[in-house]
Write a protein that binds this ligand. Structure first.
Ligand code: PAF
Length: 289
């Protein structure tokens, strides 16, 4: 049945709507976003509607997860297009809170959620405070919505791991589901930040996935020379015109360097070009001995 999109701004209104569904014993799936929705978000919403009777999408550009020199002000905001897409996806509720609804006493005094061991490595080393901001806002949003299940893209692999860990450690009775990365035909991972790419930068952007996939092929063929593969990935990106922050091979369960026991690996990278900082990852299964 076609649903009408209801836009809810105030948390108490959202709670009322959720309470009505709960009283009927119906399941709720939640997709938190920062807007500028694309087909990648579309696949999160599609999966969400398979898992629950009701889907809530939030749009909130979270100031706490942006550093002082990052793109908070410039982050693409496309509310009309977003609503149109959500209507076409049959979403029932868009939760679009104001900053004061999420940070009632200001960002400076808010309680903060840290996930030690995961928040300072990889992207966290280059974006201090970023994952604290993500873990904090996601905890607040999950507390407000109280869904049965919440869905996040696997493109943000480190973010997904941090959210899973926070949900477990904070005893939230919510299933956290990762959804595979949606890609353009040429392999580029879909991202709101792809908008920043000039045509010549967009032309080389698929090199990120290509470099990750070359490392995957080598790992799956049995290579354990992680340092050489990381170096080759970094150089390939530099040659294509990127400034890589890192190109790293990690254990997919701990995000630490792989040890002899790690069979499930992930190759993760973040690379800058022009105004854009793009991230992507590819999983690799090490052949069994
Ligand atoms: O991935 C995002 O869009 C954001 O980091 C999230 C999870 C919505 C938190 O602001």
């Amino acid at each position: 049945m076609a649903k009408t999109l209801e836009v809810v701004v105030r948390p108490h209104e959202l709670r009322e709507r959720v309470a009505q569904w709960r009283r009927k014993g119906e399941r709720i799936a939640f997709v938190p976003t920062m807007g500028n929705l694309h087909a990648g978000h579309g696949s999160l919403v599609s999966k969400a509607s398979e898992l629950a009777e009701h889907v809530i999408v939030s749009i909130f550009v979270n100031p706490l997860q942006f550093g002082p020199n990052e793109d908070f002000a410039a982050y693409p905001r496309t509310p009309e297009d977003d609503r149109e897409l959500l209507r076409s996806l049959n979403v029932e509720v868009l939760f679009a809170p104001e900053v004061d609804d999420i940070y009632p006493r200001g960002q400076e005094t808010t309680a903060r959620v840290h996930v030690p061991g995961l928040e300072d490595i990889l992207c966290g080393a280059f974006r201090p405070g970023h994952f604290m901001g993500v873990a904090t806002v996601v905890t607040k949003l999950l507390n407000l919505v109280q869904p049965d299940v919440a869905l996040f893209g696997e493109k943000d692999f480190q973010q997904l791991m941090i959210i899973r860990r926070a949900a477990i450690d904070l005893c939230m009775p919510i299933e956290i589901v990762g959804v595979p990365t949606a890609r353009e035909k040429d392999g580029l991972a879909m991202s709101s930040r792809n908008r920043y790419l000039l045509p010549e930068q967009r032309a080389v952007a698929p090199q990120i996935f290509a470099a990750l996939d070359r490392a995957r092929v080598a790992l799956e063929a049995g290579s354990t020379d992680y340092a050489a593969l990381e170096q080759a990935g970094t150089e390939a990106l530099q040659k294509a015109g990127f400034r890589p922050d890192y190109f790293a091979i990690r254990d997919a369960h701990s995000l630490q360097m792989p040890n002899g026991e790690s069979n499930d690996l992930v190759i993760v990278t973040a690379a800058r070009i022009g105004r854009a900082r793009l991230i992507d990852n590819v999983r690799a299964k090490r052949p069994s001995k």
